[in-house]
Design a protein around this ligand. Structure first.
Ligand SMILES: [Mg+2]
Length: 201
């Protein structure tokens, strides 16, 4: 029987769409694509997720690396967290799961400073029974250790857990540990997928 529902944050509960967001600051889609590749898809960004570098330090490193992008980088680092806005239909599911007696958890690759930002912005982030944030524990998905951390910290039985993520490869370790998994994509009917696992929602 499923008792615990574990959520990823980015693109499951909070929108993270840099391509769309950056259109506010440039109309040049090639430029934006290039910028995302250099910044968000970089090793430095992964180190932010892993919590081994601060945002301030990362910004300086990017400016050093791409001095011609200085202004855009400064603007980006000032505003990027604003794109982290709730995916309302899934937030509604959270509240329903809670009132139906399920425990809910976060397992997310997320920069710790950004987590504090969104936690202050959005009430639903206080609803959880527990969380593992990569930036805090310094391990990232898909490393199996981060899944194990969640299981151990909250004494979960993997076969009583459903894990929801928008990245297929992040589901694999959860499956290996014997959790049920749901790939959440923009057209996924999350309620019906949960019901398929017998969840009362
Ligand atoms: Mg995600």
């Amino acid at each position: 029987m499923i008792k615990n529902i574990i959520f990823d944050l980015g693109n499951v509960l909070l929108d993270f769409k840099p391509e769309k967001f950056l259109l506010k600051y440039s109309k040049d889609e090639n430029y934006i694509g290039d910028f995302i590749f250099k910044v968000i898809k970089s090793k430095i960004w992964l180190n932010l997720d892993r919590g081994i570098i601060s945002l301030e330090r990362a910004k300086d490193k990017f400016i050093q690396k791409f001095p011609e992008e200085r202004d855009f980088l400064v603007t980006f680092f000032e505003h990027w967290m604003e794109m982290l806005t709730p995916i309302e239909e899934n937030v509604k599911i959270l509240y329903d799961l809670k009132s139906n007696g399920y425990s809910i958890y976060i397992l997310s690759n997320f920069i710790e400073e950004a987590f504090h930002f969104v936690k202050n912005q959005y009430k639903f982030l206080s609803l959880f029974d527990g969380k593992i944030i990569s930036g805090k524990v310094r391990v990232i998905k898909p490393e199996i250790n981060i899944y194990q951390r969640l299981i151990d910290k909250y004494n979960l039985l993997p076969d009583e857990c459903v894990f929801i993520d928008d990245i297929q490869s992040f589901l694999t370790p959860a499956k290996k540990l014997n959790m049920k998994t749901i790939l959440f994509l923009p057209n996924t009917d999350l309620r019906s997928e949960l019901r398929d696992f017998g969840v009362n929602i």
